[in-house]
Design a protein around this ligand. Structure first.
Ligand code: AMP
Length: 281
């Protein structure tokens, strides 16, 4: 497995593979890789002959008061994870390689980016769509793998690919969790031991909601109240949002009578964590 840092190098390698007829997968990441990322890479390796992992902390998807500078970075460790999961090539460019100083063009979606995380992070999904479009143009893969952990991102990327006719198949992969239920996240390293314990409230509150759904509750207002009451039992937790939306359109709905996305964002101390599940009524 090789690591390359320039667009030319990754393009040349992928061109050679294409010429030889290999199927190619792309797994876009921001590095600080954990078992969640590894699950995407190993699935990609099972379903394709060559796997490229991009590792790029994309500055334009961070807001001015967000954690761009402190975001964890460890390329050596990431190389070990990638190799272990079956990657063939890492593309790890610098920001100056990816962006001209005077960049004018960008890609965005409208309504899908308006709610959930997009409501609190106004330019985030335009930043994501722009970098993912660039990666799709740099690395013309057959399939790209994204986690359900970032449910809104996955829905947005699928729509962008449909709307702009990108010739790539988007594969969504399930959320990988710690043994105690906390969704794996690169940001979990920010948590103190006490906060790490408190963070279990994300999965606990979603479990309560899932139980209520299984017992027949369909009012999304009531379901949101159930989640809220559970989160409020945790003194270190501060709710950013609790939303129940149509799983495809991400529109708010009153009754859970079609596939829904239950998504929450919570601050534990200064760390913002997200979690979700999809329920097919
Ligand atoms: P990130 O490095 O956070 O941008 O994530 C890169 C990709 O890994 C995204 O498609 C995420 O949704 C996915 N991912 C992150 N955490 C998990 C997880 N716990 N389980 C599955 N996929 C994940």
């Amino acid at each position: 497995m090789n690591t390359v840092k320039t667009i030319n190098e990754v393009r040349n390698q992928v061109k050679v593979w294409k010429k030889e007829g290999y199927s190619i997968a792309l797994v876009p990441t921001m590095g600080s890789l954990h078992a969640g990322h590894a699950s995407l890479i190993s699935r990609a390796a099972k379903e394709n002959e060559k796997v490229v992992v991009s590792i790029f902390v994309n500055p334009i998807q961070f807001g001015p008061s967000e954690d761009l500078d402190s975001y964890p970075r460890d390329l050596n460790k990431d190389e070990i994870v990638c190799e272990g999961a079956g990657a063939d090539l890492i593309f790890a460019p610098k920001a100056t390689e990816m962006y001209y100083k005077d960049i004018e063009a960008s890609v965005s979606v409208k309504e899908l980016a308006a709610g959930l995380c997009g409501a609190k992070r106004p330019n985030h999904f335009a930043g994501v769509c722009t970098v993912v479009s660039k990666l799709f143009n740099i690395i013309p893969a057959d399939k790209a793998y994204f986690g359900q952990k970032d449910a809104q991102q996955l829905a947005i990327i699928k729509r962008m690919v449909r709307d702009l006719n990108f010739d790539i198949e988007i594969i969504g992969c399930p959320i990988i969790r710690e043994k105690d239920g906390l969704a794996k996240s690169s940001r979990n390293v920010y948590l103190s031991p006490e906060e790490r314990q408190a963070a279990l409230i994300l999965n606990k509150s979603l479990t309560k909601c899932r139980e209520a759904l299984s017992n027949g509750e369909r009012s999304t207002n009531l379901l949101k109240e159930i989640i809220k009451a559970q989160i409020q039992t945790e003194t270190l937790a501060r709710i950013d949002y609790i939303e129940i939306v149509d799983a495809l359109s991400l529109d708010a709905i009153d009754f859970a009578n079609k596939p829904i996305l239950v998504a929450i964002a919570i601050y534990i101390g200064k760390t913002r964590l997200i979690d979700n599940f999809i329920y097919e009524a």
